[in-house]
Design a binder for this molecule. Sequence first.
Ligand code: NAX
Length: 334
Amino acid sequence: MADPVIVVITGAAGQIAYSLLYNVAKGDVFGKNQKVVLRLLDIGPMMGVLKGVEMEINDCAFPLVSDVVATDDPGTAFSGADVAMLVGAMPRREGMERKDLLKANAKIFKSQGECIDKVAKKSIKVVVVGNPANTNALICAQSAPSIPRENFSALTRLDQNRAQAQVAAKLGIACDAVKDIVIWGNHSSTQFPDLSYAKVLDGEDWVEASSKIQDDDWIHNEFVKTVQTRGAAVIAARKLSSAMSAAKAIGDHVKDWWNGTGPRIVSMGVMSDGKSYGIEEGLMYSFPVKIEGKGVYKIVEGLNINDWQRKMMDVTAEELSNEKKDAFQFLLSE
Ligand code: NAX
């Protein structure tokens, strides 16, 4: 068996991590033949709770878990790490402005990026989940200059999965009979869930999703709105934000990044290169990607973009550009 993969999960005492740890520990992400070392990072006041999580992982007697380390020291957590799932973040409290959230989290992701730069493997793969995920990922990447930009990403897979489930429900088909949905932009209510290239299974053949849906109004309005506001709808119903579905999406994202996607298109928040789809350089923007070699994504180029798509893609890019300006202003004023 290969060496264990060292996986850091931050926010490890929180609700997403509670599902995520189970998925990672039982082999859903790195495979049933791959051992893992779990490094659980949270803040000092959560160490009691985290101890309980560690006890439960031990009590599961997972055959694939070689070691569990629960800590509030980022240096211990990230040392020699292969993969980091950065879930922990300051939550948005009642009365808190988006800018306050951005400010609190900019500091966290700067210091985690600096720590990753110092002690993690240079090949580490980082997925940022804590909100605002895209801008936090950007700050983290910029704070770790010795690690390639391509090793940082932001999670938009939950939005992709939500979109896939909406199409499956609309057509009364299984979720795995829907593919190639694209999420453009920010993981926020400006994101653009796009069915322009989506395919659905018709018998043995993959056909254009729109030819089966036959409802452009739904594709342009209700579908987009439902996916954009799904997180808020879950909070309204559950009184807590998405956790099981977020954990599943993190697992899907890392599994595909680790193993490859083949010809499937998936969406990841990745660093824009200034050449793809007219998006300014240096934003952590969600693009359609394929992962051909292990761990190396490529933005899918050459998709046709109509005027409506252009407008939707630019709105979310503008939001990311403003978030970036605000976040870096906060960091400079520290
Ligand atoms: P919880 O509040 O249950 O858990 C967060 C945990 O992070 C807490 O235990 C907290 O102590 C810890 N934490 C805070 N600062 C930390 C730091 N500096 N280092 C390590 N740990 C730290 O939140 P949960 O529901 O698990 O959500 C976590 C984050 O995911 C939130 O920011 C949330 O907004 C974000 N989400 C992102 C999604 C995405 O698709 N990108 C979807 C789900 C989720 O809303």
